[in-house]
Design a protein. Structure first.
Lengths: 298, 247
């Protein structure tokens, strides 16, 4: 005999459907990866080792970007951006995510940018002309002209007595150094090793870890997309476990050479630059809701 | 000398009987002996417990308990007068039945007051005492793992086992990098040049440091724990809670 649903049954089913609807809308956030087109990834074109080249850029960030595409089962496409344009590109929806040596900071979190990762850890250092022996300690930077890229963590570093110049791109800083318009360039050690790889006869890295702060590179996305952020974290975890070491050796050989320790636990490049799982727990996916108003930064 | 003068107690106890008042005192004693032993015990207990509570309140407590205790004494005296059927011209007489009820009421009130006083005293002796507003802190801005520690001085306004603190870490240069997720502090108490073993303190979580017996002030040194992730990190240390507390 066919049972006819009673009013009570219908009411219960309706209530459950309503509650289910409430649950899914409160859980979130429409996915940033749901659109029909490819995932648009903001990348640099002037970061040797990470992402270099105007067409088909190559480097560690590009390898990671491709791994993300595979993990999401979505096509990815690059969109070249300058460092200073990373936040606006996300906020204006020009890009879906940013993979561009993008340091995780609380200031960026406060501005509404969330991060998955980190996928890389880097100290900061100074880039000098190879024949310049004037700066061997932090104190030697006093009175010297130090160039840093605008709107980057390097530009906010404290180096007592140094005369800072800020230029729009890192490449302009390196060019100024080679033209002797600057005495040093301050930014992340790994980025500087990338530049040394392009011109080892004229450039060298000094004081890694003695200047600036340790940086944690994350994948930037707009705040309020925690599910997507966690999905990216899982892809990064898999990447760190399976592919990170090989890609690092392929794209950042100078850094590998600079840290010749015997194994990942004893001073090799992995112990220096590979993030720990606890780093991810502490630093990623902090913004459950989008930040609508930008609080004043101290 | 009149009977009334003999009956009105002055200073808490009646005067010694004089030859002219022996009959009244004999009568009172006779009435007292006629009471049941349980009733006499209750009356004596009510009076003694009232006197004990009053003595404590005079010695230790504030004005409110003293007023309440004084009223209890007066109630006890009135009860006694009623019990012995003493007539005072200015006051209405109290029946034996009402006096009995009053005795038991006073006993219950005294038990409640004594218990409450005990609980209150225990609570006062063990409650956490907030001294956040009284601390002095220095060198707490741009604290570095390889730099000098911050110092914190707090008065010991109540004798307790520990000082319990809650710290907060804030990036000194939030545009330059991120430090606070990795920040942990090491708290050391110094007394006459001697330092205790450092106690680790995570920001936002309470940390307990034992207090010296009999001290009036505690001096703490708070260092940023050295870790790989904190190389060159500058952290501003803030204190959100400081309490003296027992374990």
């Amino acid at each position: 005999m066919r049972r006819v649903p009673t009013k009570t049954t219908l009411a219960v089913v309706g209530l459950l459907a309503f509650l289910n609807g409430c649950g899914s809308s409160s859980a979130g956030d429409p996915s940033i990866f749901d659109g029909p087109g490819p995932v648009v990834v903001g990348v640099a074109n002037d970061a040797p080792g990470f992402s270099v080249g105007d067409h088909n850029p190559a480097g560690f960030d590009i390898d990671l970007m491709n791994a993300i595409g595979r993990g999401l089962h979505k096509p990815v496409t690059t969109h070249l951006i300058a460092s200073k344009d990373r936040d606006p590109a996300l906020k204006n929806n020009q890009v879906t995510i940013v993979v561009d040596q993008y340091s995780i900071t609380l200031a960026r979190n406060a501005a509404g940018i969330d991060f998955a990762g980190p996928y890389m850890v880097s100290t900061q250092a100074l880039l000098l002309r190879r024949d310049d022996r004037r700066i061997t300690t932090k104190g030697d930077a006093k009175g010297k002209s130090v160039c840093a890229e605008e709107d980057t963590t390097g530009a906010s570093a404290h180096l007592p007595g140094a005369l800072f110049t800020k230029l729009p791109t890192l490449k302009e800083c390196v060019d100024a150094l080679l033209r002797k318009n600057a005495d040093a360039v301050l930014t992340d050690t790994l980025l500087l090793y990338g530049y040394v790889a392009t011109d080892p006869e004229r450039l060298k890295v000094v004081l890694p870890g003695d200047v600036g702060q340790t940086q944690y590179y994350g994948i930037g996305l707009l705040g309020g997309h925690r599910q997507d952020c966690r999905k990216l974290n899982q892809i990064i975890r898999d990447y760190l476990r399976t592919q990170w070491r090989r890609d690092f050796q392929d794209t950042l050989p100078v850094a590998v050479k600079a840290f010749p320790g015997s194994d990942p636990g004893d001073g090799d490049f992995e112990s220096e630059f590979k993030p720990l799982d606890t780093d991810m727990t502490r630093l990623s996916c902090k913004l459950a809701k989008p930040v609508t108003e930008q609080p004043p930064l101290s | 000398m009149t009977d009334d003068k003999i009956a009105v107690p002055s200073g808490g106890s009646p005067r010694a009987p004089t030859p002219g008042s022996l009959t009244r005192w004999d009568t009172a004693y006779h009435k007292w002996k006629l009471l049941s032993p349980r009733f006499r015990a209750a009356a004596a207990g009510a009076f003694v417990s009232t006197v004990v509570l009053v003595s404590f309140s005079v010695a230790k407590a504030g004005i409110a308990p003293r007023i309440v205790s004084t009223m209890a004494v007066l109630a006890s005296l009135v009860t006694i007068l009623g019990l012995f059927d003493v007539k005072i011209r200015e006051f209405p007489s109290l029946s034996r039945r009402a006096a009995g009820g009053l005795i038991y009421l006073i006993l219950v009130m005294n038990v409640l007051a004594g218990t409450g006083w005990g609980i209150s005293s225990y609570h006062q002796a063990h409650r956490a005492v907030d001294v956040l507003a009284m601390i002095t802190i220095s060198r707490n801005i741009d604290l570095r793992p390889d730099g000098a520690p911050a110092t914190l001085d707090a008065p010991i306004t109540a004798q307790r086992d520990d000082i319990v603190l809650v710290f907060q870490a804030v990036d000194h240069n939030p545009e330059g990098g991120i430090c606070t997720p990795f920040a942990e502090f090491l708290v050391t108490r110094r007394l006459s040049g001697n330092a205790t073993a450092p106690v680790a303190a995570a920001p936002g979580r309470p940390v307990r440091v034992d207090l010296p017996r009999g001290g009036t002030n505690v001096h703490l040194e708070i260092a940023l724990k050295d870790a790989r992730q904190l190389r060159n990190c500058g952290v501003d240390l803030r204190v959100t809670s400081v309490k003296l507390a027992n374990r």
